[in-house]
Design a protein. Structure first.
Length: 396
């Protein structure tokens, strides 16, 4: 048993990103993740990613880390029977098919929990398990739009933008993992499993702060505001001789320190800037004052000055900046593992950090069906001849 979740077996039947990201998070903390994939093709994530050295995905080794891969055709009665046997010995089933898919495959949650009452079934979909939109196909981009984050992201004079990552999918996977852990905690008291229902759009909605009551109660519609948040100032990107620097001095005490540092201590008591509300109202004017001060300095000198005076500031990092940063190194935020094809393989480490039972990346994403013999032979007790017969029939 390795890690805080090392006594758990999770069967992952999802594909693409949202469900498998939930599996990745649970596996990071020690859960045994048995990933079921279609024979021959596997999870499409094996092929995803912009850059593919050796024709292989750089995303797969991360998303499928700490997982065991078994192949199984869930569209056949034989495959469904094998799935039931594996699930009967699991603590958690994670899936992200459209609602009704498990039921059509003879794997209805009620039946699975009748055979395994302690089973937690975590279901990740675009719109949830019920409601008028439940049958619709749902991808992360649609969840981001419906959940509200797309509308408020980007510059005000341009159409809504998106983050450069699959934010909706990963949020849904994160909340699915959270829900799974809550259900596991409840199981300690009740002895019973339950259904965890994580919808993409609701995962995004959970981040939207006070957006809904702002409209309903105050009649205020949040709009796109580019690099700033309305009424939060100063907090923006400011120019220097060699590139922009982020400064966040919107708290009264921090703003006062910045005003002194600028050689303009009187600004801290100026009625236009003295309070949080006043600075928000006069944010553009204040940003111009700060930008005029930062523009004549190098970014390194400016950052050193800001840090010495307790003013939050930083740079906008790219991958190469992360790899070179001493704080990243000291915290082991990025680790390296040996990959059979890529060699030295860097990736983000397990997060959050735990003092007594930290997570760990034990293995990179497996090859398709790499663990068939282990799962079908050792877990289910099938003989080598039986496994060979299943392979010949296309069941596994």
């Amino acid at each position: 048993m390795t890690g805080a979740l090392g006594d758990l077996r999770v069967v992952e039947m999802g594909q693409l990103l949202a469900g498998p990201f939930c599996g990745q998070l649970l596996g990071d903390f020690g859960a045994e993740i048995v990933k079921i994939e279609p024979p021959g093709s596997g999870d499409p994530m094996r092929e995803w990613g912009r850059e593919k050295p050796h024709g292989m995905s750089l995303w797969w080794p991360i998303l499928a880390r700490n997982k065991k891969s078994v192949t199984l055709n869930l569209r056949t009665p034989e495959g469904q029977a094998l799935a039931r046997k594996i699930i009967a010995q699991a603590d958690v089933l994670v899936e992200n098919f459209r609602p009704g898919t498990l039921e059509r495959w003879g794997l209805a949650p009620a039946d699975l929990q009748r055979e395994n009452p302690r089973l937690i079934i975590t279901r990740v979909t675009g719109y949830g398990q019920d409601g008028p939109y439940a049958p619709r196909a749902g991808f992360g981009s649609i969840g981001e739009a419906m959940g509200g984050i797309r509308y408020v992201t980007g510059d005000p004079d341009k159409p809504p933008s998106r983050a450069g990552i699959s934010l909706g999918d990963e949020l849904a996977g994160t909340f699915a993992a959270l829900g799974t852990l809550v259900a596991l905690h409840a199981r300690h008291r009740t002895g019973r499993g339950q259904i965890v229902d994580s919808a993409l759009y609701e995962a995004v909605l959970a981040l939207m702060e006070s957006l809904v009551p702002e409209w309903e109660i105050a009649g205020y519609q949040r709009e796109r505001t580019g690099s700033v948040l309305p009424n939060i100032a100063p907090s923006n990107v400011y120019p220097t001789l060699d590139g922009p620097v982020l400064i966040a001095a919107n708290r009264d005490t921090i703003w006062r320190r910045l005003a002194v540092l600028m050689g303009r201590p009187e600004l801290a008591d100026d009625e236009r800037y003295a309070t949080h509300g006043a600075r928000g109202t006069n944010a553009e004017e204040l940003d111009e004052l700060i930008g005029a001060w930062t523009a004549g300095q190098s970014s390194d000198a400016l950052l050193e000055l800001l840090h010495e005076n307790g003013i939050p500031a930083g740079l906008t990092y790219r991958a190469k900046d992360m790899l070179a940063d001493p704080h990243y190194k000291a915290r082991e935020a990025i680790i390296r593992m040996a990959h059979p094809d890529f060699g030295d393989f860097p990736m983000h480490n397990v997060f959050p950090k735990l003092s007594d039972t930290p997570g760990e990346v034990r293995t990179l994403g497996p090859s398709l069906g790499q663990h068939n013999a282990e799962v079908y032979g050792e877990l289910l007790g099938l003989s080598a001849d039986e496994i060979t017969s299943l392979e010949s029939a296309g069941t596994i």
